[in-house]
Write a protein that binds this ligand. Structure first.
Ligand code: BGC
Length: 343
């Protein structure tokens, strides 16, 4: 009788122990699945556009955590414009156990240091904004790229000026000679967006039959202060002639605005590309004529969705269509001081 009771108790204890062990295992597995770590490498954290992408990405992750109850850690790294620093950061993020990486290359022509490391460690990677060459993108089937179509940005930017020339020519040709005299601010020469944006903003004006005269142009590396210095120089050279400033991005457009404000000139029509927060503010204040706004909400949504689908094994949502299974270009639209677009 006593022996029977002892036996029953032992079995119960054993069962209880086994149950506890099992629940602990399950909890651990669930914990593993519910906690995701994504490394995010930035070429420079002081770039306004990149900072805006970062802010949207953080928002998207918070939303996702609320929707799903999962925990997602974004581990940001700033390469401060140095590719070998970025390669070491990638190595460190891999050793920290990141499930996926989101990478804004420093040197888009030198992606091999990053690709070698992520493909060896089998960490899926989504590049953005600084596009690796096709040959590099084809080196592994878990590499993706998210960006915006540079030609589309420039066609919209040029189209904005052409619309004003047709509808309110005094905005872009204040001296009324029928020719738009412009200066052009270019981004880094190695960036895929600079060359294409420069070429197509002007080509769009020409295609629209708008007579143009280029007074000056120069590289300001996407930077507001460099652009401001160039503009100051051009204002000294052409004090009366500049009618339009065409900029490859918003920060340089704002640099031109800074120089114009210092010179107390408000008759020059300045346009940019990006739709960054300071640019939208400047448009609202009437300092900047317009911009081409890249849909940053969608940018962040897609970056995160691709990374997560690689981590969880779930399909990328149907609404996100990838070209060649790996490229996504974000939608963009014109934002202007006055809605004069007629098309
Ligand atoms: C943006 C710039 C930014 C650069 C950084 C470009 O696409 O228009 O504002 O500085 O990317 O790579």
């Amino acid at each position: 009788m006593l022996r029977g009771t002892i036996l029953r108790r032992s079995v119960a204890i054993l069962l209880l122990a086994a149950f506890c062990l099992c629940s602990a295992c399950k909890a651990e597995k669930k914990e593993e699945k519910n906690s995701i770590r994504i490394g995010v490498c930035l070429y420079r954290s002081d770039d306004t556009f990149i900072n805006n992408v970062r802010a949207e990405l953080e928002k998207r992750v918070k939303e996702y955590e609320l929707e799903t109850g999962a925990r997602v850690t974004l581990d940001f790294q700033d390469a401060k414009g140095n590719q070998s620093t970025q390669n070491s950061q990638v190595e460190r993020l891999i050793s920290l156990g990141c499930d996926a990486l989101i990478v804004n290359l420093v040197d888009r022509m030198d992606a091999s240091g990053v690709i070698d490391r992520v493909s060896t460690a089998e960490i899926p990677t989504v590049f953005f904004n600084r596009q690796p060459v096709e040959e590099d993108m084809n080196r592994w089937d878990r590499l993706y790229y998210v960006g915006s179509d540079a030609k589309e940005s420039a066609v919209l930017e040029g189209g904005m000026i052409a619309d004003h020339f047709r509808n309110t020519p005094e905005d872009v040709d204040p001296n009324g000679d029928g020719v738009i005299s412009y200066v052009l601010l270019e981004g880094e020469s190695s960036h895929q967006d600079s060359l294409i944006r420069t070429e197509w903003s002007i080509q769009t004006l020409k295609d629209a039959g708008v007579p143009v005269e280029r007074l000056a142009g120069g590289i300001a590396n996407w930077e507001r202060t460099q652009a401001s210095a160039l503009m100051e120089q051009w204002l000294n050279q052409y004090p009366e002639q500049i009618e339009v400033v065409i900029s490859n991005n918003d920060d340089m457009a704002l640099g031109a605005v800074d120089a114009l404000e210092r010179a107390d000139i408000d008759s020059v029509f300045v346009v940019g590309i990006d739709g960054t927060t300071p640019a939208l503010d400047a448009i609202a204040r009437g300092r900047l004529a317009g911009t081409v706004q890249i849909d940053l909400k969608q940018y962040a949504r897609v970056l995160f969705a691709i990374a997560m689908s690689e981590v969880t094994g779930e399909e990328i949502p149907d609404t996100i269509e990838l070209t060649e299974g790996k490229y996504y270009m974000c939608p963009q639209r014109v934002v202007e001081r006055e809605a004069v677009r007629t098309e």
